[in-house]
Design a protein around this ligand. Structure first.
Ligand code: ADP
Ligand code: MG
Length: 462
């Protein structure tokens, strides 16, 4: 049978084998219930025929009619008992159901086979000269039950022995006796083969089922993996698109800034110069106004400088520097800032490899992020500066203990002039994004109501 070989050559796991056993036990168990109900119903007809036989007076003529009635009585009681017991067993817990189910079904089969062997071998063949009952039951058992060939051989063998003994004792006519011997033996052999073939087909069907199930599981797993990959790629793609959009905005504004800032700065320098001159000539009364004007001009100049630095697109000369050195050299400035703002500072510098960096720009980046961190916290808060590296990148982390950044603000970070502060310029982060993109790096933000961390990742060149 090529199909059989095909499925056997497939990998059927131990789980599958146990599954097949369980299914077969379950099928045998349920069929016993059905068979007992059917036989009980049929038996009502048999008993009715027995009654008619009695009325006709056959019981007096031949004792065997009486025995037939008794055997029907036994059949009726046992099948009734089996129908009732079924519901008790199904109530029991799942762990001990298997052994109960097994014995429930096997005992029934051996009972039915033995009873039919007795009816045919002892009673029926004497009344009608037939062994029909035994034939019907043997074939029925072969078709209905899925038992291993060993068990089937045992059950048929048992009933066959009973049949043989009863015929030997009961049948005086040696010709008829020989005929029954032969018929019963043939019957048992044929039933055995029928049963075995059907059993193998059933096993094959179940194996096929598991084979298909295994394939489906495998394919589903593969699809799941593919799906995960795709989702990740879509996510990456979206992130890249956002990044491009941000850089585009920077670029456009940068170009405008470059042309305008230059034009505005020149007249401002002139105005500042004259203000300084006038300040000397004026009364001390108005002096503070001049100071204020000059201060404001300085502030405007600072904003313009920052603005200009966004526009720088060509990368400046990058020498090899260590990030830790740049942080350390900027630290005094940051510490003064912390002191002024009543904030504390924690610095954790781990060994990191050198990178191609523009010192001025990295210092600017650090100051901008640190300043935002200080501004996000109320006094007493602690700011943490960390550097660390993996084998793919070097990371600068700046964490504050502020109240975090809302989602809609998060999406706007880095957009020039976007600020939530009254005195803010909204240029700090735009400058940072510009600097980091010129260094082929990446900024990521982690935020929660307990604080925010800005990570700046610099790729290690391979
Ligand atoms: P500015 O500081 O002048 O407002 P930035 O570009 O530096 O401009 O920052 C833009 C906005 O991003 C800030 O107004 C603030 O709302 C938000 N932001 C930046 N850093 C932080 C931070 N560490 N915690 C909370 N919000 C922040
Ligand atoms: Mg800022």
């Amino acid at each position: 049978m090529p199909a059989m070989e095909f499925f056997q050559s497939q990998h059927i796991t131990e789980d599958n084998e146990n599954g097949i056993k369980e299914i077969l036990t379950y099928v045998n168990f349920n069929r016993t219930r059905n068979l007992s109900v059917i036989l009980f119903s049929l038996n009502v007809i048999f008993l009715f025929i027995d009654y008619i036989n009695k009325v006709k007076g056959l019981w007096v003529i031949d004792d065997n009619y009486k025995y037939l009635f008794y055997s029907h009585l036994v059949l009726g009681l046992v099948t009734l008992l089996y129908s009732l017991v079924y519901y008790r067993i199904t109530d029991s817990s799942a762990s001990d159901i298997t052994i109960l189910q097994k014995s429930y079904a096997i005992i029934f089969v051996s009972f039915i086979l033995s009873l039919s062997a007795i009816i045919s071998g002892w009673i029926d063949q004497k009344i009608h000269g037939q062994i029909t009952v035994y034939v019907i039951i043997c074939i029925t058992i072969a078709v209905v039950y899925n038992y291993k060939p060993k068990i089937i051989a045992f059950l048929y063998g048992l009933s066959w022995v009973a049949f043989m003994i009863l015929v030997t004792i009961g049948q005086k006519d040696s010709n008829i006796r020989q005929g029954h011997y032969l018929n019963a033996s043939l019957l048992v052999v044929i039933s055995y083969f029928l049963s075995t073939v059907l059993y193998k087909l059933k096993i094959q069907e179940l194996m096929h089922k598991y084979y298909l199930e295994n394939i489906v599981t495998e394919r589903t797993k593969e699809l799941q993996i593919a799906n995960d990959l795709l989702t990740r790629e879509i996510f990456e793609h979206k992130r890249a698109e956002e990044e491009i959009l941000r850089l585009d905005r920077l670029n456009l504004i940068g170009k405008m800034a470059a042309s305008i800032s230059h034009e505005v700065r020149n007249p401002m320098t002139t105005v500042k110069g004259f203000l300084q001159l006038l300040k000397i000539k004026q009364d001390s009364r108005d002096k503070e106004y001049f100071d204020l004007m000059i201060e404001e001009l300085d502030r405007a100049n600072c904003i313009l400088s920052e603005f200009l630095s966004i526009s720088r697109t060509k990368s400046t000369m990058h020498g090899w520097h260590n990030l830790n050195d740049i942080v350390t050299s900027t630290l005094p400035l940051i510490q003064a800032d912390a002191l002024n703002n009543d904030k504390s500072l924690l610095v954790e510098l781990n060994n990191v490899p050198d990178l191609q960096l523009d010192i001025q720009e990295i210092r600017q980046l650090l100051l901008n992020l640190v300043r935002n961190g200080f501004e996000a916290m109320s006094s007493g808060g602690q700011l943490k500066i960390r550097t660390f590296s993996s084998n793919r990148e070097v990371t600068l982390g700046i964490s504050d203990e502020g109240s975090g950044i809302e989602q809609d603000i998060l999406e706007e970070l880095g957009t020039p002039f976007f600020t939530t502060k009254e005195q803010g310029t909204g240029l700090g982060l735009a400058v940072c994004y510009g600097i980091v993109s010129r260094h082929n790096g990446r900024i990521s933000v982690e935020t929660s109501p307990k604080g925010t961390t800005f990570y700046v990742n610099f790729e290690l060149s391979k």
